[in-house]
Write a protein that binds this ligand. Sequence first.
Ligand code: WQD
Length: 345
Amino acid sequence: MSKNCRKTILATGGAGYIGSHVVLELLQAGFDVVVIDNCSGSSMEGLKRVEKLSGKKVHAYQVDLVNKAAIQEVFKKHEVYCVIHMASLKGVGESWKRPFDYYKVNLFSCMNLIEVMSENNVFNLIFSSSATVYGTPKVLPLVETLETGGCTNPYGRTKFFQEQILKDICQADKRWNVTILRYFNPVGAHESGLIGPVGNPYNIMLYVALVTVGRRDQLQIFGNDFDTPDGTGVRDYIHVVDLAKGHLAAISKLEEHRETQPNIYNLGTGTGISALDIVAAFEKSAGKKIPYEIVGRREGDVATIISDPSKANRELGWKAERRVQDMCDTLWNFQSKNPHGYTEG
Ligand code: WQD
């Protein structure tokens, strides 16, 4: 029997794009999985497909983490070994339009979760953070020891503040055992084509996919005058399955790496890919040209963001394996099979 059996992982945001891929990996690794998700940016349909893929049941609760009592009800029903906190409002652009909602939802959710975990003697926590906490890079590639906090948007600041909260509670209470995973640019989909990104196309890859299935007219490329090889923005795109496997690796090291401060890891490939590279790779996947126009830069965009993932490679025994063509192939496979996401028609 798997060493993970009878260990229950609570995944907040587990019905979402990243969350559903993480939940699938957890089930396939033998964990029992409980999901809390308010489904504001996701659908329980994703979890139904995860159950189909894994052949296992997910204990799913449509609960809002701003409702502390509702979280407590879930903890009464399950003996949780570790929480993976992925639930979040996550649109950089949207966060400028409704900053207070972002602070209230993201920070209250985190604090409620911490309180209920502590009241139930659960102190193992893996937190989904973001490369956005590095702000505008002064040196590349980005390593975990770099100063953070120069975030250029409210969304990034909510991730930065949550990291600070977790660092301070770890310092004050040695029972806490926290791992912070800083995601770079998660893209792609599970090879089955059953689960993938749904909802608002905040990011370029999903936008390109929607253009390709005719749900958006054309891609706008935000600037080609950056100091990069082809002038368009360069990012560290990581396949969502590699990202999900990074969470498994983090769980496996939870007991080994107990520190008085959170263990922090970049989850990226260390490879920079430009916006035009994405277009070219996706055209190859879809076998069709993608209409785009070059427009002005987007507020707050920087030229290049690339991770140094060597600490995660070394300490977690994890390394991203999938390359950009696989990211595009798997996303096209999902999008072409689900042109309207999880809703039919
Ligand atoms: C990538 C590149 C754009 C859209 C964001 C969040 C980050 C993380 C990942 C959550 C840039 C260009 C984009 C478009 C374009 N999310 N682009 N046309 O901004 O690097 O990161 O998502 O944690 O926190 O900030 O991702 O996909 O929006 O942009 O030309 O329609 O594509 O200028 O160079 P970003 P992105």
